[in-house]
Design a protein around this ligand. Structure first.
Ligand SMILES: [Zn+2]
Length: 160
């Protein structure tokens, strides 16, 4: 059940297979170094912070929480299949564990994007069985616009 070749498909090898297998099950994996304790993304066999070898770096499941660092709304991309997806929001996010990750923000109007806004990971099937991590606004940790707190609960005075 492997898909055909396409421009947007990740290269999967023995090293990155655990990452893609986890993504297909809705989990975002990071690599964490046992020597310096820092996590990184995208996955590398060695630690990019202290150059510890692959025997010191292990997979761990990320919380999936992130903050928006920067973004760019893409209106044109000639590389298939992206041309059919425009406009989309290419973004860089800061994962809660520290690593900065290039991704895409979905389910959010460009006008509502804010630096630092909380995001949560979700996965999109990019091809047969290949799921890529994208991010959407984290509704639970951020009431939109700060004015809408009354939607969750009536103030005590209004109930009486
Ligand atoms: Zn390290």
């Amino acid at each position: 059940m492997s898909g055909g070749a396409r421009h947007d498909l990740p290269e999967t090898d023995d090293f990155t297979r655990p990452y893609w297998d986890a993504a297909a099950h809705g989990r975002l994996l990071l690599r964490r170094c046992g020597d310096c304790g820092r996590a990184h993304h995208y996955p590398r066999e060695f630690c990019p912070h202290c150059w510890a070898g692959e025997d010191r770096v292990t997979w761990e499941t990320a919380s999936g929480r992130a903050a928006l660092y920067t973004w760019s709304v893409i209106h044109r991309n000639d590389l298939p299949p992206f041309g059919t997806r425009v406009p989309y929001t290419a973004a860089v996010v800061d994962l809660a564990e520290g690593p900065r990750m290039m991704t895409e923000v979905v389910d959010c109007d460009a006008a509502d994007l804010r630096i630092g806004m909380p995001l949560t990971v979700t996965f999109r099937e990019s091809a047969d069985g290949v799921w890529v991590a994208v991010f959407r606004p984290d509704a639970q940790s951020s009431p939109p616009q700060g004015q809408s707190s009354s939607r969750t609960q009536d103030p005590p005075a209004a109930r009486r």
